[in-house]
Design a protein around this ligand. Structure first.
Ligand code: NAD
Length: 261
């Protein structure tokens, strides 16, 4: 489905990362990929995983550093000559802001979560757009239901996801005339490095599996298949959308105890 296409994937930390599942799936469908690592600590793991991809371009990128972002897109332009898709699978908030009372959210913690988890999509999309000229580009980001509804402990990250989903709509409007689509996948909770920073994750996983229509949790591979769809010609009419890959959890309006369901 992606033979002859090139893409860049931001957000691989380890083999559990949603970004890794996406990278593997896109590569299996013929895409040539650039992947990034946030810092030296994660570089070795990312290089080890990227070894499974064909001719990967591996680059450092801390999403809070504009010069690093510039360097990434310069390297991609030199190596690939253009870009067909971009996966943004990055989020961060201070641990103290993912527990306790939302009212205690600090100004610095709020800014940090917004910068890394929401603004970074704009920063990356702006640099990707010229490389996507004339190529029907696709930008895909990862969101979560906590951006629309209150999920206990998700706190400042919920507000960042709300901003991220608004960014998707504004970017879709801004980049649409250039043929570039921008969409989000709202995934159900999955046990990853980032998710383990949210207190009460095991309870969340249990609760979703009990009440979601499919009565189970979400797998990275399911999210990856939807990302493949959004990067492919099959989704050419879809932009500015949030697509749920959450075993149907978001449709529920009342959570009955399982024995009464
Ligand atoms: P993960 O920890 O594997 O990935 C998070 C990534 O963000 C890491 O690779 C990390 O290096 C990167 N990152 C953090 N700060 C960064 C910075 N300053 N610069 C560059 N990269 C930075 O966890 P994941 O669950 O795969 O998360 C990927 C995305 O999916 C996130 O946006 C997350 O909010 C979203 N998501 C996750 C779940 C879940 O339950 N796991 C559900 C819905 C959405």
């Amino acid at each position: 489905m992606l033979e002859g296409k090139t893409g860049i994937v931001f957000g691989i930390a380890n083999k559990r990362s949603i970004a890794w599942a996406i990278a593997r799936t896109l590569a299996q469908h013929g895409a040539r990929l650039a992947v990034t690592h946030q810092n030296e600590r994660l570089e070795e793991k990312v290089r080890e995983l990227a070894g499974q991809l064909a001719e990967p371009l591996i680059l450092p990128c801390d999403a809070s550093e504009d010069d690093q972002i510039d360097a990434v897109f310069k390297a991609v332009e030199e190596a690939f000559g253009g870009l067909d898709f971009l996966i943004h699978s990055i989020a961060f908030a201070a641990r103290e802001d993912l527990e306790g009372d939302f009212t205690d959210t600090s100004r610095a913690g709020y800014h940090l979560a917004q910068d890394i988890s929401a603004y970074s999509l704009i920063a990356l999309a702006r640099r990707a757009a010229p490389l996507m000229a004339g190529r029907d580009g696709s930008v895909v980001t990862l969101s979560y239901l906590g951006g629309e509804r209150v999920v206990p402990h998700y706190n400042v990250m919920g507000v960042a996801k709300a901003a991220l989903e608004a960014n998707v709509r504004y970017l879709a409007h801004s980049l649409g005339p250039r043929g570039i689509r921008v969409n989000a996948i709202s995934a159900g909770p999955i046990k990853t490095l980032a998710a383990s920073g949210i207190s009460g994750l095991s309870k969340m996983l249990k609760s979703v599996a009990a009440v979601a229509p499919l009565r189970r949790n979400t797998q990275q591979a399911e999210v990856a298949d939807t990302a493949l769809f959004l990067c492919s010609h099959l989704s050419r009419g879809i932009t500015g959308e949030v697509i749920y890959v959450d075993a149907g959890y978001h449709i529920m309006g009342m959570f009955q105890p399982p024995e009464e369901a």
